[in-house]
Structures are given as C-alpha cells and as structure tokens.
Ligand binder design. Sequence first.
Ligand SMILES: [Zn+2]
Length: 230
Amino acid sequence: MKKNVFLKVITLLTLGVSLSMCKNPSTPVKEETVVTELPPVNTPEEGLAALKAGNERYVSEHPLFPHSNHKRVEETAPHQNPFAAVVGCSDSRVPVELIFDQGVGDIFVIRTAGNNVNCDLVMGSVDYAIEHLGVKVLLVLGHGSCGGVTGAISEEEEGGNVGKLLGTIRQDVTEYVGKPDSLDVAIQKHAHIQVERILSYPHVAEKVKKGKLIVKQAYYDVKTGKVTIN
Ligand SMILES: [Zn+2]
C-alpha cells in the first residue's frame, strides 16, 4: 500500500515538473474584465435588449451569472422589481434565468407544461407581473421538442390531469392534431396564440399602446440554446 502511495506522489511530482516546464514565463497573463453590474433597465426596449444580450452570452458560453450573490439577495429582500416576465414551459431543458443569463430579482417566471395561458392561475400570474410588478417585457417562450404540444397534437387521448392539460393546449392547435411533422409550426403557432390572448385584455393592450410594455413570442432551440424573439 505504501509503495502505491509513494508511486502516486512521485507521479504527481513528475507531472508538476513537466507542467511547470511547459510554462512560458514571458507570456503575459491575460486579464479578463469582470463585469459585476449590468446596465439598468428603464424602458421596454432596454429590457428586450437585456434579454437578447443575456441569451447571446449564454449561447457563446460567456455567461456573467449577474445578480447571483448574497448582496443581491439582501438587496431584493424587501421587494421585487423584475424588469421582465416570461411565460415558459416547465421543461427541464428551458431554465429561464440561465438561458437569459439573469439573476435574482430579474425575471418573474411563470412555468407550466406547454406554456398555455388559458387558465385563471396562469393569466392571474401574468396580470400580477404586469399590474403589480410593472414588468416592461413579457415573453411567451415556446421551445423545440415541447412535450406539452407534442401530446396536444397526438391522436392518442390521455386521461387524468395530464389529459386536461393537453386538452387545453389542443384547443389552440387543433389543425395540427395527427400531424407530428408539424410540431415546430404548432409550437410557434401556440406561442403566438398565447400572445394574442394576453393582448386581448384591454388593460394589457393599453400599456403596450402607451409604450410601457412589450409583449412578444419567443422560441428556444433546445439544440443550440438560442432564443429567437419574434
Ligand atoms: Zn415544453
């Protein structure tokens, strides 16, 4: 046993010497700029830009993980002031704060399987974000390979609570039932209908008209991590 430990130590020492020989002392150490603060979001346009920039950082593997320290937790403890709300799917591949590279207190997230808003609980949450929190941007975020929409356009009927959920989604994508090849189109159409549904409320449309709110549909590509906002 002792011999094995000794050999490991020698191996590690040798490896250390080899690695240190590889170093070039004349090579300057590249200093990376650490951004701890992002610009404040004061307008809906700035909010949209912040989400787009965050997704670009996520896709390019240069996330800043902003607003993620304990200082931020303490700052936001008295009240929340998110600049955006996102109605997304519960799908584990679509973690909203991560894909937009945002942190604590930045996004009011409403997630259900299939991101349908035709339900008091969801629409009430949307209204809360708009009316009480004053979010400047609201996205309905569909995504590729969505199981909720896949189930909704399937000809197989499912019972129980899942069946009820799929039935609600199906109402918005009836023309695609039995057409699995149209899944991506159905996902985008479904998100579009949710946006129209949200905008059909006069108090929401009024905020949009006054330039206080932007409501958009978006699509998350599960293969690339990229969000396309339409
Ligand atoms: Zn989904």
